[in-house]
Design a protein around this ligand. Structure first.
Ligand code: ATP
Length: 446
């Protein structure tokens, strides 16, 4: 089975994960909206990261800073100068801009679109501009943040003064970032509006190398915990000439997408670049005991990792699980922690009142604790298929025996194993499954 972004894009649209944005107006280049299942998966992903990076870490606190901040911040951070720009060649005729225009190692001189002459490559800044206030002049020019971490640096002192934290400690934040990417693409891999989950770890200079290793290891372990195929994850140590302008060391965590290896997270040693520059530009003393703390950053994209988890979990069954030869059966083997729905509840037959009544009661109860759906249409096989395709790990069926013994059949997505569980125990069984217990051990084989 060959995985392709095309197949995954089609599935995500058909099943309410991701829609191209503004479709009724013909779309809008490289922007996407997340449908009901997409927002659920995204929220699960963000919650898992937040839990791991704040609740499970004694020394990391959370923050939610503004998207539009004082423009001086971007001067200090280096984003408005050369450091955050793409070299582009502009066509003298159609004024389209192009990146990396090379043929046989030599720069091309003609526009690939209209054949017009190209100007010499120039730097184009990636910051998105906007205007704040009633008058559109320079005095009110502001920027949408290009990375969430600057909000963390400018609140460093606030957090230290209000939270009784001491070095080393971290600040974590999840939020939108904006970059005027010239060549967005590969579905949701590269967009102009995206979300980042970032943690900035403040420490003494002499501990920075050690903490870099610590966080790199910790982040790699997280992917494993989230059920990703670690054969498809690699570390990429970035050389000095390719590093971001603030980075003294940079290791990218990459995933093997159908289009090749792509960065999903960056681990950076930012040194004292940010705090010292903000001190200079703001006149605020951001030193601790006479020195600027050094910063180790972990920065992961929500949509890029969302795509990695989707690609990773996508499977097509060659032989099929049902007798429907028309189309390939798709199973999303998502980690249950990420699945939009955890439990689907079915009555065996739709037109048997006693069955539907019991199934609905079970659904009402289970949904108090877990994301659940109720489905009574189509054969049981079809209903299993529908849930497999969207990654629901457990399906519960109420059959005629259930009316006698108050038990139900629970079926697990990946193994298709079925166990019989008493109605009273059902919630506990789901809970234990979600905590990672082996499914087969949670009830009698059905
Ligand atoms: P790239 O080299 O691919 O442009 P980057 O090195 O500029 O990425 P960082 O600045 O390190 O990326 O940002 C951290 C993370 O934010 C990336 O690993 C990625 O997951 C995410 N990210 C960055 N740019 C985008 C984008 N345009 N669309 C979606 N996610 C992005």
């Amino acid at each position: 089975m060959k995985k392709s972004i095309k197949k995954i894009t089609a599935l995500t649209k058909r099943k309410g994960f991701v829609y191209p944005s503004s479709l009724i107006y013909g779309g809008f280049s490289s922007t996407y909206d997340f449908g009901p299942r997409g927002v659920a998966l995204k929220n699960n992903l963000k919650n898992e990261w937040w839990k791991e990076m704040t609740r499970c870490q004694d020394d990391v606190v959370g923050l939610d800073s503004s998207i539009i901040m004082n423009p001086k911040i971007w001067q200090a951070s280096g984003h408005l100068s050369k450091g955050f720009a793409d070299k582009l060649s502009e066509c003298k005729d159609c004024h389209k801009r192009f990146k990396d225009l090379e043929e046989d190692g030599k720069s091309t001189e003609k526009c690939p679109d209209c054949g017009g002459d190209l100007m010499e490559p120039r730097d184009f800044n990636l910051m998105m501009k906007t205007f704040v206030g009633p008058v559109e002049d320079d005095a009110t020019t502001a920027y949408l943040r290009a990375e969430t971490c600057q909000g963390i640096f400018v609140n460093f002192k606030n957090v230290m003064d209000s939270m009784r934290v001491d070095l080393p400690f971290g600040i974590a934040q999840i939020g939108k970032s904006f970059r005027n990417e010239i060549t967005p693409g590969n579905f949701i891999f590269r967009m102009r509006e995206f979300e980042q989950m970032e943690m900035q770890w403040f420490c003494n200079k002499k501990e920075a190398d050690e903490f870099f290793e610590f966080w790199l290891k910790q982040r790699l372990e997280w992917y494993e915990k989230m059920g990703i195929d670690m054969e498809k994850i690699r570390k990429n140590e970035i050389g000095e000439d390719e590093r971001a302008h603030y980075a003294r060391r940079q290791v990218d965590i990459e995933y093997k997408f159908p289009f090749g290896w792509g960065e999903i997270e960056g681990i950076h040693n930012r040194g004292d670049w940010d705090l010292s520059n903000h001190s200079k530009h703001s006149d605020e003393d951001l030193m601790v005991d006479g020195d600027y703390p050094w910063v180790i950053e972990t920065s992961i994209g929500v949509e890029r990792s969302f795509l990695a988890f989707l690609v990773d979990s996508y499977e097509e069954l060659e032989s099929g699980r049902s007798n429907d030869a028309e189309s390939k059966e798709v199973v999303l083997k998502l980690d249950p922690k990420l699945s939009p729905t955890k439990v689907a509840v079915f009555p065996l037959l739709k037109n048997k009142k006693k069955l539907t009544k019991k199934a609905k009661l079970i659904f009402e109860e289970i949904k108090k604790e877990f994301d659940a759906v109720y489905d009574e249409t189509g054969s049981i096989g079809k209903r299993y298929r529908r849930q497999d395709e969207v990654g629901t790990p457990l399906c519960v069926t109420v059959d005629f025996d259930s009316l006698e013994d108050d038990s139900v059949t629970v079926r697990e997505r990946d193994s298709m194993e079925q166990i019989r569980v008493s109605e009273k125990e059902l919630k506990k069984v789901v809970r234990r499954f979600m905590e990672g217990e082996e499914f087969g051990k949670l009830g009698k084989k059905a």
